[in-house]
Structures are given as C-alpha cells and as structure tokens.
Design a protein around this ligand. Structure first.
Ligand code: CS2
Ligand code: MG
Length: 402
C-alpha cells in the first residue's frame, strides 16, 4: 500500500487550520491535523518542504516505522513544529489503516473501554455574575463537567473568555492582543468564584479551572489549598512546566488534583511529572504530541502511575484532531476526561465528521478511520489569515506568562 501523494491544506473557516492529506496507490486517503496555533505556516512548510518528499513510496501500513523514521531521521529531536508535523502523518496513516480494514479507529486501538467519552465545556464571563449565567447554560445543555473562567475585578481584560458563546477563540488576527495580569487580584477572586458556583450548582457537577501557567509553584500551592473546599476535578497549568520539579512544591501543599500538558510535545516533557505522581491528569493531545502512536506511549506510562488522560481540545485543534482524540479516549484504559469546545458552523462544514455530543458525553462514531474528512473545495474559500495568541503584562508592564 504505497503512498503516492501527500498535500498540506491550509484554511481559515473562522480560525486557521493546517491539515495533511495522504493518498495511497489504491486510492485510499487519510487526514491528520497539523495546526500549531499562531505558528501554523512553520508546520505547513516543515511538512511540504521536508516531510512530504520523504513519504512518497513508503508503505502506508508501517505506521510505527514511519514515526521512528521521521523522529530519528530529523536528527533535531522534539519541539512543537516537528512533533505536530509527525502527528499529522501519524494520524493520516492510522486513518488509512482503519479505513483499509473498514473499521472505526478505536477498534484498532484495542476496542472501546467505555460507552462514551466524558467531556467538559467552557463557561466564562467578564464578571462573576456572567460566569454563573454561562455555567448555568452549560448545565442546561447536559454537560456533566464544566470549566469556569472569569474576568477578574481590577484587571481590564483576561484571556479565555467567550463573551456568551460556547467557545472562545484563543488567537486573534494581526497582532497579539495584550491582557493584564495580577497574581494578587487573581488569588483573591478565584476562591470566591468557586464558592459562588458550588452554592448555586451544588456538589454533583464536575468543576474545572485553568490558571494558564501564571503562578509560581508556591502561589499555585496556595490557590490549590484555597480551592480544596470546592472539590475541583482539576486545577490546570498552575505553573509553567518547563521546571518539572516545581510541581513537587505544589503537591506538598494541596490535594486539589493537578492537570498539565497542553503545550507538551513528547513523553520527555512529562516523565518526571508522571513517575513522581506530581500530577493527576496529563493534557498532552494527538496533534502536538506526535500523534496517536506517541500519545499512547504517554498514556501507557501514565497508567503505571495512576495518572489519567485529559486531552486538550480547544478550537485551535481541528476536527481531525478531535476525531482522532475521541478514538483514543474511547479506547485508552486510563482515560479521565476530554476537553470540548465546539467549532464554528463553517469549520464543521469544512470538516464533515462522524463524532457527536449527547448529554455531556461524546462518541467518535463508527465510520471507518478517524471519521473526519476535509472538503477541499470549501476549504479553499477560506484563505489563511495571520493570527497570534495573546500576551499578558503585569500591572507595571512586565511581560508575564500568557
Ligand atoms: C486553553 C487553550 O483549552 C485550554 O485549556 O489553555 O485556550 C489554549 O490556550 C489554546 O488552545 C492555545 O492555542
Ligand atoms: Mg489550558
């Protein structure tokens, strides 16, 4: 089953997506997401200029060998650009293999371990009252787990607020927007927000929160401790994870479960975190971590240490990533939860898909492969538009983690 063609499709149906399509000699094709938010064209060039010429003539069935060939053959290891490119090839090949067997991908990954995939939605508002309203909306839609983010009193703007919609767009067109940050303001406000949420919505619903890497480990320990009465499912990205041992300090101070990993690109970013049981959920996902092949290895390591998966699933991960992630989630034993931010109607039209949401859970569907396609003609109607993730400055103007 030789690979005869591979091409990169870049489109912007509301936001940018980079997709790889691989075609085999028997006419089968597979798609894989290669989107790296704010740096999309770097991955597109990596694929078109360096990877596609290597793929032609290879046997599409040799997924593991092609993964090793691209990873080791590059000499320059790891990094989000390389690993997103490898992920796109990997997912497209899994898609082809599953299609060639006329089976949904999860059947090749060991079959389903559960009936459906628990997902969390994104409640947010510019102030506490609006956040409570948004949370109530998600409850009414059947969500069993909801992340809550809010504007913070005293700060003019905060990252990750959807302004009443079901999702927010992480990146903005042209130049990076600048948000304001103050750890003191944040630390005062967040426990009040969860006190209000628990009071209004009770103890049954799972609540989550994302600190977006903005705290030092000891500050994160304090936030985790202050949030303990509200029993969060997780506190996400409490501190930047380049310093894996920083999480030891957090662990010494709080039993609030910790999730991290949406910016990780290999198992080497989280081996200490997992082996020392410094985290409870690993957020690495298909597109930024080398595809299904590598993510399964991370999950297998995590299983030994009772760490569960919680794949990143914001709107900058395309439906091709979401489809692949749902097959992974349905099959992997130590699954925890999957993030879900619905895409725009245009994006859903460009990427017809078999996955669906019902009553707080998702299912990848039973279409052969990953169950996600790309309508190339329609994609061509939405040309690329440069966009950037926001940056954060402290009140005195110092650059901070976003
Ligand atoms: C966030 C994302 O989904 C999340 O948890 O942290 O908004 C993230 O910032 C973006 O996906 C980055 O592209
Ligand atoms: Mg996050």
């Amino acid at each position: 089953m030789k690979i005869v063609d591979a091409k990169v499709i870049i489109c912007c149906p509301g936001r940018n997506f980079v997709t790889l399509k691989i075609v085999t000699e028997d006419g089968l094709y597979g798609v894989g997401d290669a989107t790296l938010n704010g740096r999309e064209l770097a991955v597109a060039s990596y694929l078109t200029d360096h990877v596609v010429p290597l793929l032609i003539g290879h046997d599409a069935r040799r997924i593991e060998d092609i993964w090793q060939y691209l990873y080791k053959g590059a000499y320059w290891r790891r990094g989000p650009v390389t690993m997103s490119a490898i992920a796109a090839v990997d997912v497209a090949l899994w898609d082809i293999k599953a299609k060639s067997m006329n089976a949904p991908l999860y059947q090749l990954l060991g079959g389903r371990s559960r009936e459906a995939v628990l997902v969390y939605g994104h409640a947010s508002g510019t102030d506490l009252e609006k956040t409570l309203g948004s949370f109530g909306h998600f409850v009414s839609l059947g969500y069993k787990a909801i992340r809550a983010q809010s504007g913070i009193p005293g700060l003019s703007s905060t990252y990750g607020l959807s302004h009443g919609a079901m999702a927010y767009e992480p990146a903005e067109k042209d130049a990076p927007p600048e948000n304001q940050w103050s750890t003191e303001h944040y630390m005062r406000f967040v426990p009040q927000m969860f006190a209000a949420l628990r009071k209004e919505f009770g103890t049954e619903i799972h609540m989550l929160h994302d600190a977006h890497h903005r705290l030092t480990p000891i500050e994160a320990g304090r936030v985790g401790k202050d949030l303990e009465p509200y029993r969060l499912l997780w506190l996400e990205d409490p501190t930047p994870a380049e310093l894996q041992e920083g999480f030891r300090l957090i662990r010494q101070h709080t039993t609030t479960p910790i999730a991290v990993g949406e910016v990780f690109d290999t198992i080497f970013d989280c081996q200490t975190l997992i082996r020392e049981q410094l985290i409870d959920y690993i957020r690495a996902t298909v597109v930024h971590t080398g595809g299904i092949t590598h993510l399964r290895k991370i999950a297998n390591l995590a299983e030994l240490y009772q760490v569960r998966t919680g794949c990143h699933g914001a709107t900058d991960l395309s439906p091709a990533c979401m489809g692949a992630a749902l097959h992974f989630d349905l099959s992997v034993h130590n699954f925890g939860i999957q993030e879900y931010m619905p895409h725009t109607e245009e994006t859903d039209r460009v990427f017809p898909h078999a996955y669906s949401f019902q009553d707080g859970f998702m299912h990848p569907g039973d279409a052969p492969g990953i169950g996600v396609d790309i309508d190339e003609k329609l994609a061509a109607q939405f040309p690329y538009q440069r966009a950037y993730l926001p940056v954060n400055r402290k009140l005195d103007g110092t650059m901070h983690s976003w």
